[in-house]
Design a protein around this ligand. Sequence first.
Ligand code: PXL
Length: 278
Amino acid sequence: MKRIVTVQDISCVGKCSLTVALPIISAMGVETSVLPTAVLSSHTLFPHPAVCDLTDEIPRITAHWREIGVTFDGIYTGYLGSPGQLDLISRFIDAFRGDGFVFIDPVMGDHGRLYARFTPSFVGRMAALCAKADVIVPNLTEACLLLDIPYIGDNYTEADIRSIVKRLTALGAKKAIVTGVSFAPDRLGAYAYDSAADEYVSYFDERMADSYHGTGDIFASVCVGALAGGKTLGQALEAAVTFTCACIRLTAASPGHDKAFGVHFEQALPLLMGNTAQ
Ligand code: PXL
């Protein structure tokens, strides 16, 4: 069985980061080890979460992993809540990547704004970490931050997006996927560039009326499960866009749902089960 490790926070309330990555990647038949970066009472779109930063625990955990000789087929990083973690995670990648793939979701912001707790100086350091990745998966906000260009909003052409994904790989990542891309009012999806093959791939599904918190983490988790299972970049995009859309559809149809708590991915998990890796 393939084993990946995911490096991100535990948000106790409000489904995102580890509380979605663990069930989703596991449902896809991939063993999912965790390196928690922080414990927060909720994600940071709720006001004033209580935060327990785990930066000092990371060297202790990874030292033990070296002692027991654990290896991973992939490393997937997400929300890294404090700037001091970037150097540690960079060294962790060097020590543990082996022949596995490195998948970095440069979680920093959305809708043209940085999330609470992130500063502009974090952005440059995240761009440096992205150079180590096989695959990066920013949303459009994060893509513009990484490239140090003004937020593109929703006023762009396909040529603009092609230029963005290609320039993202120039930061050093082999493949770049940008999420939340739309060229038609009723379609939304992801656009990617594979620098080794000099190839663009994209996948789109129905655009939903509302946006929901935590869907970027759901998208990234399905990509990781698919890639660990040997799927191509195009197949991973299709699986991730389709699943994320299915989750949003289920949530939107659920009376009294609260968008801040994330999407009802639990009810969609059976859709991933047929995709299990060996
Ligand atoms: O979904 C990304 C994410 C992960 N973890 C925490 C967050 C966010 C986005 O706001 O606050 C703690």
